[in-house]
Design a binder for this molecule. Sequence first.
Ligand SMILES: C[S@@+](CC[C@H](N)C(=O)[O-])C[C@H]1O[C@@H](n2cnc3c(N)ncnc32)[C@H](O)[C@@H]1O
Length: 226
Amino acid sequence: MSGDHYFSSQPAAPSRPRQVELALPDLTMTLTTDAGVFSPERIDPATKLLLQEATDLGPTAAEHTDPHLLDLGCGYGPIALTLARRFPTATVWAIDTNERAVALCRANARAHGLDHVRPCVSTDDEPFAGVPDDIRFAGIWSNPPVRIGKAAMTALVSTALDRLTATGLAHLVVHRHLGADSLHRSLEGAGWQVTRRLSRRGIRLLEVSRRDDRDLPAPDAHPEQP
Ligand SMILES: C[S@@+](CC[C@H](N)C(=O)[O-])C[C@H]1O[C@@H](n2cnc3c(N)ncnc32)[C@H](O)[C@@H]1O
């Protein structure tokens, strides 16, 4: 599929719908996938690890009633729909540049009666097209698109993190050999608190939050006057 990637906005691959089973300890769902989207034959192992391990909103969950959650790079929707099942009072924003993937996510959400999923097509110019500017995310879950390149992926993830609430938590899965550790370092270098929650079969699960001191001026930015 030369020139056609899972992140093409309009995949050239002829449509060939099929179904995959998402089986997690707390829920199962049948999802429709198609050619031209990410991992159409099975739930991606990194996605499955993320959904098995990052099951809650973290220690500040009580602060978030009716939270807004983000699935960054939703594909056909396994993450967004799982979040919607686990957090019935949340609004789950599901964004992707691949229009076929977003249409599948929308159809899958509808098929499962999950009308609090909001699938949106994003573009490079408008990464959050369709998401109102004042929305802040209490939680971000993502298996981010490493194939767009490390710099572009880091920029995309950073743009999303900037919209975390003050106590929000992001959960990212990235393969070690596809740049998990450089993403970890880049985010730390940009001032985020990053924890490697686990590493299994070469997949890292990173948790990212704001550092308590992130919004304070650098220690010597305003030196005391003698
Ligand atoms: C690794 S796949 C994960 C898909 C899905 N979440 C899953 O777990 O099966 C990454 C997704 O990010 C999407 N993507 C690529 N560039 C993007 C961008 N700039 N903004 C949002 N999504 C993007 C791709 O189209 C792809 O669906």
